[in-house]
Design a protein around this ligand. Sequence first.
Ligand code: SF4
Length: 508
Amino acid sequence: MPGFTPGRRYQPPFMPFKRQPFKKRALAAIELAVKGPLFGCRMCGNCLLQETAFICPMECPKGLRNGPCGGSTPEKCYVDESRPCIWYKIYERSFQLGREALLLEVLPPMDWNKAGTDAWSDVFEQAGNVGVKNIVAGLTSGEAGSVSRTLDSIFRPVRQPDWWQGDSEYHAPKYSEPASELESRLKAGEFVVAAEVTPPLSINTDKLKQHIEMLKPYVAALNFTDSASAIPRMSSWACSKMAVDLGADPVMQITGRDHTRVNLQSGAMGASALGIRNILCLTGDSMTLGPGPQGRMDIVDLDGIQMLWILRRMRDEGKYLDGREIKHPPKYFLGAAASPFASNMKFQALREQKKVNAGAQFFQTNVVFNADALDEWLNEIAKRDILDKVYILIGITPLKSYKTAAYMDKKIPGIVVPKKILKRMETAKEKGDEQAEGVQIALELIEKIKSKQGVSGIHLMAVGWEEIVPRIVSEAGLGKRISSQVEEPARSSSKSQRSAQLVDFVTG
Ligand code: SF4
C-alpha cells in the first residue's frame, strides 16, 4: 500500500507509446521505484502531486485531473464501490494542510506523448533554468511565501505547458451582446425555466418535435442530454438543431466521456454555426452505468473543467487548443453542472468556483429535494465570491411514484430525498395519488427556491414525463398558464386547441 495514497487500489503504470532512449528509460525506472511505493505513481508523465496534496489523482477510475465528478461521495467511488473517491481524499488533505487554494488551478489534459515516461527530467531542466543559487536562496531565505514561490517557479512551468497555461483566476467573458435567448433572459433578471427533453431512441422524431413545440412557450431553453447514463440515444446536437429549426433555444449537452479534444472543438464550432448557442459541459456518467458492452472506463480525454477552459478560449481569445487563430470565433453561453449535495459542501463550492474560473456562466444543478439545505451550499458559493459571476438554475424533478423517489435516494449519487418526502410519496401510493403528490412537492420546492438570493431559475428534469412541465410552470406562476379544465395540454389536444386554452402571464 503506497504510504501517501489512502485506500489506494493497485493499477498498473502506463507504458510509453514510443520506444524511449536508454537514459529516459533508466530515469523512468528509478522514478517508478521511488514514487510507486510512496504515492502509487502510475507514471502518467504529467505529474500533479504538488497540487493534489501529494495524493496521486491517477487512481480515479475516470482519470480525472481537476477534481471529483458529481458522483463522488465521502464513502465511495460510484464507478468502483470497493474504493473511496480519491478526490475526496485529496480535498480532505488539502484543507487540512491549508493547500486548498492550489486546487483551483485549471490543470491540462494529459499530453499522451509523455505517458509512461519520466516526469523528473522536465523538473530537472526547469530547476536548471531557475538556477541552483536562486533555488537555495529561495528555500532558505525565511521570507514569508519564499519556499512556495521557489517551488512554484520549478513546478508550475512543468505542469502548465505553453499550449494550456491554466491558472486560478476568474476570466470574465469578452463579449457584451447575449449569445442566446437563455442568456438574454437571465441578463434581464428574469427567473427562468429550462426543461430537459429526453432524446429519442430511434430516428423517429415525431415525439421529440411534439415535446419541443409543447414546451417552448413555457421555458427559456430546452436541454438535450448527451446519452445520459452512457445509454446511446439520438445525439444532443441533432436534437438541438431541430429545436433551433422549431424556434426554441437549445442547451446542447456535451460529455467528456464521448468527446476527445479534437471533436469537442470541431463540434462546438459547428454547433455555433448552426445557431446552437448554449453548451453545457459535463464529464459524463461512467460507462459502467450503461447497458454494455463497455468501452474503456478509466480514462476520459477531457473533464468538464478542461472542456470549459478550451471552449472559453476559443470564443474569447479566438484560439484553438493548439494555438491556431480562429478568424471568426464561435459564439456561445457556457454552462456546467453543479451538485450541491454530492459531498461536503465546502468541497463542492471549491469545485464550482473552479468551473466558474474555467468559463462556466450558468449552473444547472443536480436534482434538489431539500430547499432548506440548499442555503448552506449557496452560502459556501457566496464565500467564494462567485454568486455574481454565474447564474444558478436549481434542478427539480416531479416525482411520479414512491418507487422513483426511493430509487433516486438510494441509487443516484448526489441526490438526497428527505424522509418527509419519502413518507409523503408512500402515503400517496397507498391512496393511489402518487403523481398529484409528486407535482405538489415540486411546486412547494419551486415556491421556496424562487425566493432564494443568488438563484436565477429552475431546471425541470421530468425524465420522460415532459407532458407535466407546462402544468408545473403555470401553477408555479413562472410562465404561461393553462386553463383549470386542462391538466396536461399536450396529451389532450392539438397545438391550435391548446393555444386557445392558454392564458399568458409572465412573472418577473
Ligand atoms: S500524477 Fe502521474 S507522475 Fe505524478 S504520481 Fe500520479 S501517476 Fe505518477
